[in-house]
Design a protein around this ligand. Structure first.
Ligand code: NAP
Length: 310
């Protein structure tokens, strides 16, 4: 039977997703009709992204799953009308994008590129950067993205301390959890990367107390979510010199307003939420596989735990 897949992730995105999705569904052996609009009661699956016109899922009585194109689902997860299973995006290309962003920015700060590049005369007498093995990195979040980044940093020689909600065992990573675990990671890591979802528990996690735990001269890299950070506390830590630098890809308001103090702060680097994009060529395969599973009565992949919020 032909399934109706409603693409509710923006008509401009439909242009780039239509062909890869149709191809992936055909490869998965699912006869499907991909549409931008349909009567709600006729829809079998919804492909979703923030900005979707759907705010009330109640009329989608036949819908078997809502499939997010984004890894972060904080803008849909607490929608009370959503009773259908919600799956998020976990994809190798997304992971590789994040690994490249995180390793690039960690190496920039580790090597002191801003300090040393194109300064052939000023450099004499400066301490050379330590080796990676002498630079502990903290990874807050040990999920799909955090683990991939931790493994890449470990392969470069950095000692990596990880932190997650539940206890984790990850090869080569010193894993911690709970409040005392967070304190341990923050106090040891000279570079901290935040790859946590936005949930009521992680909102404002990087506050004045957390920042004070980090060693003087530490660097914060946040490609997770803007709300993980208390902006005023971060600015105070940077202004006092306690923190050397913050590299931020995500913000409480996006795009980052032109008058936000992060914009021109000498110790802040901003990027416009580009750390890791969902790439249609591979993401289409993830969506198609879940639709195939739904049709075969198999469990969905990457199901969001609605109570946990991620
Ligand atoms: P994930 O697989 O769901 O992993 C989330 C990790 O965070 C898990 O290790 C989880 O702990 C941990 N965590 C959640 N709540 C916690 C808490 N209260 N205390 C401690 N640890 C907690 O997510 P992911 O795929 O790695 O993605 C992480 C986030 O990256 C996304 O939610 C999104 O916000 C962000 N992201 C950003 C971009 C970008 O371009 N900037 C792109 C994609 C994603 P457990 O292991 O115990 O569950």
């Amino acid at each position: 039977m032909t399934v109706t897949v409603l693409f509710s992730a923006g008509s401009e995105r439909f242009e780039v997703y239509e062909h890869p999705l149709a191809k992936a569904l055909a490869q998965a052996g699912v006869p499907a009709r991909l549409v931008l609009d349909a009567p709600p009661a006729a829809v079998d699956y919804i492909v979703f992204a923030p900005g979707s016109a759907i705010t009330d899922f109640t009329p989608y009585t036949r819908c078997k799953a809502v499939l997010s194109l984004w890894a972060g689902v904080e803008r849909i997860v607490d929608n009370p009308t959503l009773t259908q299973p919600l799956c998020r995006m976990v994809d190798r290309a997304l992971e590789r994008g994040m690994v490249e962003y995180v390793t690039g920015h960690v190496l920039r700060h580790h090597l002191g590129m801003d300090r040393f590049v194109n300064r052939p005369l000023d450099g004499w007498g400066h301490a050379v950067p330590p080796l990676a093995s002498e630079r502990p990195v903290g990874m807050l979040g040990l999920g799909a993205l955090g683990q991939a980044c931790a493994a890449a940093l470990r392969a470069l020689g950095f000692p990596v301390l990880g932190w997650s909600r539940s206890p984790r065992l990850v090869d080569g990573i010193a894993c911690h959890h709970g409040a005392s675990g967070l304190a341990e990671v923050l106090s040891q890591a000279q570079i901290v990367v935040t790859l946590l979802p936005r949930t009521p528990q992680t909102e404002g996690l990087i506050d004045a107390q957390a920042l004070a735990r980090m060693p003087r001269g530490a660097v914060l890299i946040n490609p997770g979510r803007g709300a993980l950070i208390q902006d005023a506390a971060l600015l105070a830590a940077l202004d006092s010199g306690h923190l050397d630098h913050a590299t931020l890809d995500v913000f409480r308001t996006e795009p980052l307003p032109g008058d936000h103090p992060f914009r021109h702060h000498p110790r802040v680097t901003t990027t416009p939420h580009i750390a890791a994009a969902t790439r249609p060529a591979t993401a289409a395969g993830v969506i198609a596989e879940n639709i195939r599973r739904g049709e075969a009565g198999e469990p969905f992949l990457h199901l969001v735990d609605r109570a946990r919020g991620y």
